[in-house]
Design a protein around this ligand. Structure first.
Ligand code: ADP
Ligand code: 5GP
Length: 200
């Protein structure tokens, strides 16, 4: 049986990763969206086990020591990590998995799982990035400035990714993501199995 495809999506905070996912994921109900663990405090409306597994720092570090994360990183003062077991289990069952993680974590996955497909979502301009972060109203001004500084560092690493998608209009960016996943599925290294089983 073919293994699932691991898609890793990154991009500066406020670029619109979550928004693009909201358009993309309902059209891919078979894809497993990995829920990350974080030590960040929940935002208004965020639920434990839905948006994140919200954890105390001690518990997070304990899980990290026990090799419980596929990758993990510190981002603007908080820890974030991908629970390893669920992801590896789905992939081995042939289920495609999508991670939405920042760049340091994605670089770790590039090392440990190079067959993953790495997609970097960028805003159309830095002015638009700032206005999206401000408009989201989920962070204080000082946190927004830290995230904008971090954005430049992240953008410099975008060429390490397989694809770069500009999120100008969210629906269009989601369609581009759709085109990428469709093309990945059609790659001969994956589809030749179909030829062997059905046509030879
Ligand atoms: P991220 O998940 O990358 O941090 P979000 O999805 O939370 O970003 O988007 C940040 C803000 O920008 C949100 O308020 C969202 O509604 C808005 N946004 C996202 N994509 C677009 C877009 N293409 N055009 C205009 N606003 C957008
Ligand atoms: P936020 O606090 O805005 O939800 O997320 C901040 C950043 O952490 C975003 O870039 C998001 O993609 C990233 N992030 C979310 N979950 C994980 C994770 O499990 N691992 C890593 N490395 N980054 C994550």
């Amino acid at each position: 049986m073919r293994k699932g495809i691991l898609y890793v999506v990154s991009g500066p905070s406020g670029a619109g990763k979550g928004t693009v996912m909201q358009h993309f994921l309902p059209r891919h109900p078979g894809m497993f969206y990995s829920i990350s663990a974080t030590t960040r405090a929940p935002r208004v409306g965020e639920e434990d086990g839905v948006n994140y597994y919200f954890m105390e720092k001690d518990d997070f570090l304990r899980l990290r020591s026990a090799d419980g994360f596929l990758e993990c990183a510190e981002f603007c003062g908080n820890f974030y990590g991908t629970p390893k077991e669920a992801v590896m289990e789905k992939l081995s069952m042939g289920i495609d998995v999508l991670l939405e993680i920042e760049v340091q974590g994605a670089l770790q996955v590039m090392d440990s799982y190079p067959e993953g497909i790495f997609i970097f979502i960028v805003p159309p301009s830095m002015e638009e990035l700032r206005s999206r972060l401000v408009g989201r109203k989920t962070e204080e001004q000082s946190v927004i400035e830290t995230r904008l500084d971090r954005a430049k560092e992240e953008l410099r690493l975008a060429d390490r990714y397989t694809y770069i998608v500009v999120n100008d209009v969210a629906e269009r960016a989601a369609e581009e993501l759709e085109a990428i996943t469709t093309a990945e599925e059609a790659k001969s290294e994956r589809k030749f199995e179909f030829v062997k089983e059905n046509l030879l």
